[in-house]
Design a protein around this ligand. Structure first.
Ligand code: C2E
Ligand code: MG
Ligand code: MG
Length: 418
């Protein structure tokens, strides 16, 4: 059924593309097609409208249109599409964000039509529900339920997951993301030195969702920025609380490749720790080896500034990526985290043990502390200690736990030890 007021603008100079897009969408939406960007900008665009914007057009390119939309303060939902490489699409999306536009995502051509339709339907659903919330401001119902965009078309979970980035965006706003804390233990002192904060999505319908199921989605859609910002805020708030109790625990958080392309990250983080009176060295930023390899110059610049400002840097999943030794040397990492595939194979595979051995040696020679992740049994833990590994993290110590359970566990741990 068509929503009466909202329009779907298709702006593309390619007539065949316009025809195709119109054919796929006209049953559901009030479609208006423009082959000229100028003609589109002259039309009456409302906040409820959705715009499918091609980036490469002869009279005005998509970036100019983005600037123009920002200039006239339009708050419509924007989806950009192009056959250009994803890098261009991603930068254009960043630009639109910086201009304060309501950019939803980008689509690479050839367009996957079923995917597009789902995005458009979800968007309409959210718009409708937001409208009904604004119109019904006296309602005291559960806001999580009332803005939930999924209900109407949740027959196939596998397909549904594809479109949840809009829902994920909403979930971040609704504070459905929480951190679980997994302790890290010093092997020489047998004490807890910190935790890794691992994000979980407490979904009102599906329960706890693990990061593997939504981080890639967040990365593809650009939502990763908001996600990381949320994780950072939660971690710093926790550090502040622990500070007051002088617990001396540091927190490691995971940073995506896309997060280390933003030049403002070091300043933003510094402002946050200062505001919360947290020592930056209590925050460890984990970057995977593969993340490091994308946009190397930019990431080097940002990582170096983060170190200068006092944050700690850890190279996560070490051994699974392809960083060269010289790159490793150029980035001022303070910790090397050995990937769990090698750690879990240590007792049975000579090769795995040799790799762990080499990682410990390499880390120490480069003045980094070395942590093994994925330690699942006491024998491995003992062996790591013998091999000179500094710290360990894994199920044998504890699983990632919600904050209240983690603190309870910590008390019991120290009751047992002392
Ligand atoms: P990771 O950073 O390598 O995190 C370690 C993962 O190993 C966690 O999975 C943890 O629960 C699991 N693990 C810990 N100890 C053991 C063990 O003894 N055995 C085994 N088999 N596994 C163990 P989780 O929480 O599902 O996270 C998966 C990945 O998702 C993380 O891998 C990290 O790359 C990513 N991730 C988690 N939180 C965030 C976040 O806030 N932001 C970003 N960008 N990525 C995140
Ligand atoms: Mg990690
Ligand atoms: Mg890891």
């Amino acid at each position: 059924m068509k929503a009466e007021s909202a329009k779907l603008y298709i702006v593309d100079d390619d007539i065949q593309m316009c025809d195709l897009l119109e054919a796929y969408t006209c049953d559901e939406f009030n479609v208006v097609v423009h082959q000229s960007a100028k003609a589109f900008l002259a039309s009456p665009i409302n906040d409820d409208d959705v715009v499918l914007l091609d980036l490469k057009m002869p009279d005005m390119d998509g970036v100019q249109v983005i600037r123009e939309l920002a200039y006239v303060n339009k708050n419509c939902s924007l989806l950009i599409m192009s056959a250009c490489d994803e890098g261009v699409l991603h930068s254009s999306m960043q630009l639109a964000k910086e201009y304060g536009l309501n950019i939803i995502t980008y689509l690479t051509k050839p367009i996957k039509f079923p995917y597009l339709i789902k995005i458009l339907m979800t968007l309409r659903e959210i718009n409708n529900q937001n409208n009904s919330i604004t119109h019904d401001s006296g309602s005291k119902g559960n806001s999580l339920d009332s803005v939930h965009p999924r209900r109407k078309f949740s027959t196939n979970k596998a397909i549904d997951f594809q479109l949840t980035f809009l829902e994920l965006k909403e979930a971040i706003k609704q504070q459905q993301l929480v951190l679980y804390y997994q302790p890290q233990m010093s092997l020489s002192q047998q004490k807890i030195i910190g935790v890794e904060a691992l994000v979980r999505w407490h979904h009102p319908e599906y329960g706890v969702i693990f990061p593997d199921q939504f981080i890639p989605l967040a990365e593809q859609s650009g939502v990763i920025e908001q996600l990381t910002e949320r994780v950072i805020n939660l971690a710093i708030a926790q550090l502040k609380l622990w500070n007051k109790r002088a617990l001396g625990l540091k927190i490691s958080i995971n940073i995506s490749a896309q997060n280390i392309t933003s030049f403002t990250l070091p300043d933003q983080l510094t402002r946050l720790v200062n505001e919360n009176e947290v020592d930056p060295s209590m925050l460890m930023l984990e970057i995977t080896e593969s993340a490091l390899m994308t946009e190397l110059t930019t990431s080097l610049n940002i990582l170096t500034r983060l170190r200068l400002k006092g944050f700690q840097l850890s190279i996560d999943d070490f051994g699974t990526g392809y960083s060269s030794l010289s790159q490793l040397h150029r980035v001022p990492f303070t910790e090397l985290k050995i990937d769990r595939t090698f750690v879990s194979g240590m007792l049975t595979s000579v090769e795995s043990k040799a790799i762990v051995d080499t990682c410990i040696l390499l880390g120490h020679n480069l003045k980094m502390s070395v942590i093994a992740e994925g330690v699942e049994d006491q024998e491995t833990l003992d062996l790591l200690q013998k091999m000179g590994c500094d710290n360990a993290q894994g199920y044998v110590i504890a699983k990632p736990l919600p904050i209240s359970q983690f603190e309870k566990w910590l008390n019991e741990f120290y009751d047992k030890v002392y």
